[in-house]
Ligand binder design. Structure first.
Ligand code: ADP
Ligand code: MG
Ligand code: ZN
Length: 628
């Protein structure tokens, strides 16, 4: 809802005018007080004159400036009983008075009473008052919403949206697996604790540190740990909280924040998601965002405004350093960048150790095995994993977390909630062939990761799943590894086609195809692994609306585009043929594994390889499999 004083005024004016006329009509000419003389019967003016002439009228009271008369007269119809009538008089009837005098009839003129006018006036006011009150409450209510338009009312003295923690209670010991980052930031702790050591030799203490890394890797935690180690207060705000509907609010929040921080120095200011304000200026689609730019300018001004030794260190976090305004990264601002990456296997082990401290683990559990099974997991994922496992343990009423709970928790974190197994049917058989296809092709390819397990228990979107374990930390991936992955991903569809025929293949392979098409395309356009040669034809896709790179076009012509398509197709077709051949050549073991899978629902990797080994030679590299 967008709402401003301008709108309010525009609405109020017509409303007042309409209100005036409306109530004018209803209340003007409110009755003078005739009630105590009320006469129900009406008489025409002509009749009145007749009665006068016939001397029947005994008294006349004039009301409303002589426009209405209540008269008492003898009614001949009911034995000359005195009756009252009400007569509307013509406006110009001066002769009436003289006639009354002449006849000696007592008459009285009652002045118009004023309450009519008062009522009228009040009436005129009721509607506008109601209207203004209503609008006022509407306005008030919407101003209570966070970031609501009510900010306009106390423009400039924005409510603080930052949090302050006097003591974070987080220490460097609580942060694991990102040793390089920790080492770099150790220095910041020293800046805060003993600034004189640096100022004495004329060194300028850096003001800003930019933490760069994907979500969940521990950037916030690290910033808190710095404050905790140095024993200084921790101010934090998220970049998105600077961005308000009203121009100037974000800037005033920046001012507030720095003012508060200066009062509490030495301290840490932590700005999360700084890319929300710090994006390259003038790069927005559909015009620049004045508010954001003003906020950013204010931030830059504040950073320049205090001397290096005030003891304030600003730590900002982002996962998109590429979109940041270059002014932010200049010396004296965020001139230090610290990368906080997803942890490697050693890092994962250390993080698991940190989070296992307060959990009751069965002695049989090997954290190392968990670390090996969780490539790509961030610190937050690992913390979540151990927590899920602990929840499962409590639900199963066990003493401590065992490998089973961890295993289930990994599956759940990666693939979603477990569903109920299918009843035996043709479609269950088809799914079994599909999964065995993946697992068998994966097992027989030299460069493929080993199978960890195959299961027909549905999870998340998937009806069945084949898990592979990368047997080492994957840094660089070779061309043959990529081809092996594509071939393995095609194993499911290949088995469906070989066993049931081309007409019976299912939509189940949709996800596989999407994945492998992406891989094949990247082989051609990014990694130079096709006949097109070692060319980078596309950069990694970023979100169009986010950065300054939004105008990036593909760096090739139409002709190249169709050659890319040809290359991608060639890779996939080659892999598909290979995949189908493996299934065809190992039909017997395929059938046996499918029967076993339907019977047991899950086959683990070791058992799977043993069965395959009875029929074919399992490549050497597949033999080594980390055991959980
Ligand atoms: P980010 O700010 O990078 O998105 P957070 O610092 O908010 O990540 O991490 C969320 C949670 O994940 C932390 O509170 C902590 O429990 C856990 N975590 C993340 N990284 C680590 C790490 N390196 N060591 C220990 N715990 C971590
Ligand atoms: Mg965070
Ligand atoms: Zn599949």
């Amino acid at each position: 809802m967008k709402f401003s004083w301008k709108v309010l005024v525009l609405w109020t004016l017509p409303a007042l005018v309409i209100g005036f006329f409306f109530w004018q009509g209803a209340f003007a000419g409110a009755p003078a007080d005739m009630s105590k003389n009320a006469a129900n019967t009406r008489m025409t003016y002509g009749r009145f004159l007749e009665y006068l002439d016939a001397d029947r009228v005994t008294s006349v009271d004039l009301y409303e400036g002589g426009r209405t008369a209540i008269l008492e007269a003898r009614d001949p119809d009911i034995e000359n009983h005195i009756q009252r009538w009400r007569v509307d008089l013509p406006v110009n009837a001066p002769e009436l008075i003289s006639k009354l005098k002449e006849k000696g009839i007592s008459f009285d003129a009652h002045p118009m009473r004023n309450d009519g006018a008062i009522w009228g006036l009040l009436g005129n006011l009721v509607f506008p008052i109601l209207l203004i009150t209503g609008l006022f409450f509407l306005f008030r209510r919407s101003s209570n919403l966070p970031g609501g338009p009510g900010q306009a009312m106390n423009f400039g003295k924005s409510r603080a949206r930052f949090q302050m923690e006097a003591k974070t209670g987080v220490k460097f010991d609580d942060v694991a697996g990102i040793e390089e980052a920790k080492e770099e930031l150790q220095e910041v702790v020293t800046f805060l604790k003993q600034p004189e050591r640096f100022t004495a030799v004329g060194a300028r203490i850096p003001k800003g540190v930019l933490l760069v890394g994907p979500p969940g890797t521990g950037k916030t935690l690290l910033a808190k740990a710095i404050a905790g180690e140095a024993g200084v207060p921790f101010f934090s705000i998220s970049g998105s909280e600077f961005v308000e509907m009203f121009v100037g609010v974000g800037a005033s929040r920046v001012r507030d924040l720095f003012k508060k921080a200066k009062d509490n120095a030495p301290c840490i200011i932590f700005i999360d998601e700084i890319d929300a304000v710090g994006r390259q200026r003038g790069a927005g689609i559909g015009g620049g965002n004045d508010e954001r730019e003003q906020t950013l300018n204010q931030l830059l001004t504040e950073m320049d405004g205090f001397e290096g030794n005030t003891g304030i260190i600003i730590i900002a976090a982002t996962n998109r350093p590429d979109v940041l305004d270059s002014a932010l990264l200049r010396p004296g601002r965020f001139d230090r960048q610290v990368t906080v990456d997803s942890p490697d296997i050693k890092g994962r082990l250390e993080i698991l150790q940190v989070h296992a401290r307060n959990k009751k683990l069965d002695p049989s559990v090997s954290l190392e095995a968990i670390a090996r099974r969780t490539p790509g997991f961030t610190g937050a994922d690992l913390a979540n994993l151990l927590n899920e496992a602990a929840i499962l343990t409590a639900r199963r009423r066990k003493e401590g977390v065992t490998i089973r709970e961890i295993d289930d928790a990994v599956d759940r974190v990666v693939a979603g909630m477990e569903g109920t197994p299918l009843v035996d049917s043709k479609s269950k058989r088809l799914i079994a062939y599909h999964e065995i296809g993946h697992a068998l092709v994966g097992t027989l390819l030299k460069d493929h990761d080993p199978v960890q397990k195959v299961t027909l228990i549905p999870r998340g979107q998937a009806q069945g799943l084949t898990w592979f374990t990368p047997d080492e930390e994957q840094g660089l991936i070779s061309r043959s590894q990529l081809k092996a992955r594509i071939t393995g991903a095609l194993g499911g569809r290949a088995a469906e086609e070989v066993i049931f025929g081309p007409a019976e293949v299912t939509t189940g392979a949709g996800g596989d195809l999407q994945q492998l098409s992406g891989m094949a395309r990247q082989m051609v356009t990014r990694f130079g692994m096709s006949d097109l040669g070692p060319l980078s034809l596309e950069s990694q896709q970023g979100e169009v609306f986010l950065g300054r790179d939004w105008t990036t076009r593909s760096e090739y012509s139409e002709a190249i585009a169709s050659r890319i398509d040809v290359q991608v197709r060639a890779i996939v077709e080659d892999c598909y043929e290979n995949s189908k051949k493996i299934i065809r050549d190992h039909r017997t073991v395929t059938d046996r594994l499918v029967d076993l899978l339907i019977e047991k629902e899950t086959i683990d990797g070791e058992e799977f390889r043993q069965i395959v080994a009875e029929y074919a030679e399992v490549p050497e590299k597949q033999q080594y499999v980390p055991q959980l």
